[in-house]
Write a protein that binds this ligand. Structure first.
Ligand code: ADP
Length: 492
């Protein structure tokens, strides 16, 4: 029940006023009284009463008039009328005007307590309901505010955000997405993605994510061309419910034209510098070679050792220069230009012939099987040569004396797969994550002596990507490595 209940008794009969005040005060309520309507109204204006016990028949302002006035002051005050004649009509009239209940005179203390208690209980319930309603309103307001906050944030993001449901309909997008993907209709929410944008690559990527096995949470990232051929990178992730159901896909789209321009400047610069370096370094190496061959007379052992070392470092530098040139060529899109039907065994046989002397030096045997009758691929011959030169020479570099390199071919549906396996030093699971990144080299006591640039495998990967193929590695330290290259075959 309401604490600190304040009750006002308005009655012209002193006995009733005093009696009621006593009874109600005994109950722990705060009660006071006045003898007429006008004084009552004045009191109500100056103090917050919860309940008014009001005599209907008083000289001056009568009870019904007092009810009207009280209602004007506050609709929260409960009024119980005291009816002298006990006529139902007057009571009904009072209730119509807003009184909560009535009590006929004469009444016993118990009757008074019951009727007041009932009113106070009702008041408490009403206040609680009101409190709950306000709380709920507050909650709804907070949710509405939260929603609009999120909407504002999403709309202000410089990157495009696009959410697609499992039926491939657009569920949400922001202005950046609309601009980058040229979403045609003003309101594309609820429309099929393919009706709203023309970008088959993007649409295929979305389908791939939506059809994913939900156990394999995968984010797909890919470069696509947006409006006005702006290069865009799209990251697409599935929206997965707790029960594993894929609800849709969320996409973040970023304009990478600036990054591309900077990358191009960087690779142009590298390509220019390395190009300028290549000729003098090659000349220095040739001169060192000539000295080693005795062009300036017989060398003492110490001189030979020093020039040998200089030549070795020169070779390393040339390798780095050629790798850097290759990378910048691939990046500028110049490397993979001449795709033609190619029998891969021709290239592999060539590469093996070329690398055979290096393998012989370490008594490493190279065997080739099942590659002669593989279907043709549509490929750039030099690019494919670069792939297998790198993989096989890595096999030789990272395999100990007397090792074995095995090259195998097989067909897998629309692809041919060439694997290059060795029984060399192997690569730890952790390092396998990084070997396709530029300049990454495994650093341990075994690899320290081996010269390399960390650019071979990134070049291999870029060329394979440009052929719409893939590469993967299986390896175990101390046992060996197997690199598998998958390339699309020509369909007859
Ligand atoms: P590098 O010029 O260093 O050989 P790569 O990009 O070709 O550069 O290879 C990156 C790293 O991957 C190498 O430094 C080496 O540690 C590891 N690696 C590559 N191929 C093999 C292999 N067949 N066996 C063991 N380690 C390898």
């Amino acid at each position: 029940m309401i604490k600190d209940t304040k009750i006002l008794i308005i009655d012209d009969e002193a006995v009733i006023r005093d009696g009621c005040t006593k009874i109600l005060t005994k109950e722990g309520w705060e009660a006071e009284s006045v003898e007429d309507g006008l004084k009552g109204i004045e009191r109500i204006k100056s103090k917050d009463f919860d309940l008014v016990l009001l005599d209907l028949m008083m000289p001056g302002l009568n009870g019904l008039e007092v009810i009207n006035e009280v209602n004007k002051i506050s609709s929260d005050i409960y009024i119980i009328v005291i009816t002298g004649f006990a006529t139902v009509e007057t009571a009904v009239e009072a209730m119509k005007r807003g009184a909560y209940d009535y009590i006929p005179k004469p009444f016993t203390p118990d009757q008074l307590r019951v009727v007041v208690r009932k009113a106070l209980e009702n008041m408490a319930l009403r206040k609680e309901t009101e409190f709950l309603r306000k709380e709920q309103e507050k909650g709804l307001f907070a949710i509405a505010q939260e929603k609009s906050k999120i909407k504002t944030i999403v709309n202000c993001m410089p990157d495009g955000v696009l959410v697609i449901d499992k039926e491939k309909k657009i569920a949400l997008y922001n202005p950046a997405a609309s601009k980058l993907l040229n979403i045609r209709d003003k309101d594309s929410i609820g429309k099929l993605l393919d009706e709203s944008i023309i970008c088959t690559e993007f649409s295929d990527m979305v389908s791939e994510v939506l059809n994913l096995d939900s156990n394999k949470y995968t984010t797909i990232a890919g470069e696509i061309l947006g409006v006005d051929s702006i290069p865009i990178i799209a990251h697409i992730a599935p929206v997965i419910m707790e029960d594993g159901e894929v609800l849709g896909a969320v996409t973040i789209i970023k304009d990478i034209s600036e990054q591309k321009a900077i990358d191009k400047m960087k690779s142009d610069f590298i390509s220019k510098v390395t190009h300028e370096l290549k000729a003098p370094v090659a000349t220095i190496n040739q001169l060192l070679m000539a000295i080693l061959d005795g062009a300036v007379g017989e060398l003492e052992e110490k001189q030979r050792q020093m020039i040998d070392r200089a030549k070795l470092r020169g070779d390393g530098l040339l390798e780095l220069i050629s790798d850097l040139l290759n990378i910048s060529k691939i990046e500028s899109g110049l490397a993979i230009q001449r795709k033609q039907p190619l029998q891969i065994s021709e290239v592999i046989d060539d590469v093996v012939d070329l690398l055979q002397p290096q393998a012989d030096e370490k008594k490493i045997s190279i065997s080739i099987s099942s590659i002669d009758n593989l279907p043709l691929i549509n490929a750039d011959k030099e690019g494919i040569r670069e792939i297998f030169t790198n993989l096989i020479s890595n096999g030789i570099k990272y395999t100990n004396v007397n090792g074995v390199i095995q090259i195998d071919g097989e067909i897998n549906n629309e692809y041919i797969i060439i694997s290059v396996s060795d029984n060399g030093i192997g690569i730890s699971e952790l390092d396998q994550l990084y070997i396709f990144q530029r300049f990454f080299r495994v650093k341990n006591s075994t690899t320290r002596q081996i010269i390399g640039t960390g650019l071979g495998l990134p070049i291999v990967k870029e060329i394979i990507d440009a052929h719409l193929g893939s590469i993967n590695v299986e390896s175990e330290p101390g046992k060996g490595s197997k690199f598998q290259v998958q390339l699309p075959r020509i369909n007859n």
